[in-house]
Design a protein around this ligand. Structure first.
Ligand SMILES: [Zn+2]
Length: 145
């Protein structure tokens, strides 16, 4: 974990089958937990190729998060032909994402629903969860939607 390890961690087989959400044709994602990374963070990297309602319930976590929504065209990083609805705050007030965007959520901040409503061109959704207490993942539902 984060107990100031002096060891280098190299992980080659990072693409896995997703048991959670089907965001693309192969149902693949990149996901590494703190114990796999040897750090107090985890990362989830989704390739979203079709519309999907990923998370409905408004909830909080016991760690901060960085949410990234990026286009997939390496020759035009501003290309983003999608619309993503993200609820922010305890009322789930919707922010509509229509361009490459990064959002930081403090620990305990209510968020979701998360709806990849329009996907005209594939996008990447990257969740970086950090400062995880002892590498633990907590999710507390505030309200079912
Ligand atoms: Zn969450």
């Amino acid at each position: 974990m984060s107990e100031s390890s002096n060891e280098v961690t190299i992980i080659n087989n990072v693409v896995k089958h997703s048991p959670f959400h089907v965001t693309n044709e192969k149902s693949e994602y990149i996901f590494q937990r703190p114990n796999e990374l040897g750090a107090d963070c985890q990362i989830v990297y989704w390739s979203v190729t079709k519309p999907m309602y990923m998370v409905k319930d408004i909830h909080t976590h016991n760690f901060p998060q960085l949410l990234c929504f990026f286009g997939t065209n390496p020759f035009d990083m501003n290309e983003f032909d999608a619309e993503v609805d993200l609820g922010l705050g305890e009322n789930g007030d919707i922010t509509v994402i229509t361009k490459p965007t990064m959002i930081t959520l403090p620990a305990g901040y209510a968020h979701c629903p998360l709806n990849f409503r329009v996907i005209n061109k594939p996008i990447y959704f990257i969740e970086y969860m950090y400062n995880m207490p002892k590498g633990t993942y907590e999710r507390n539902v505030i309200r079912k939607v």
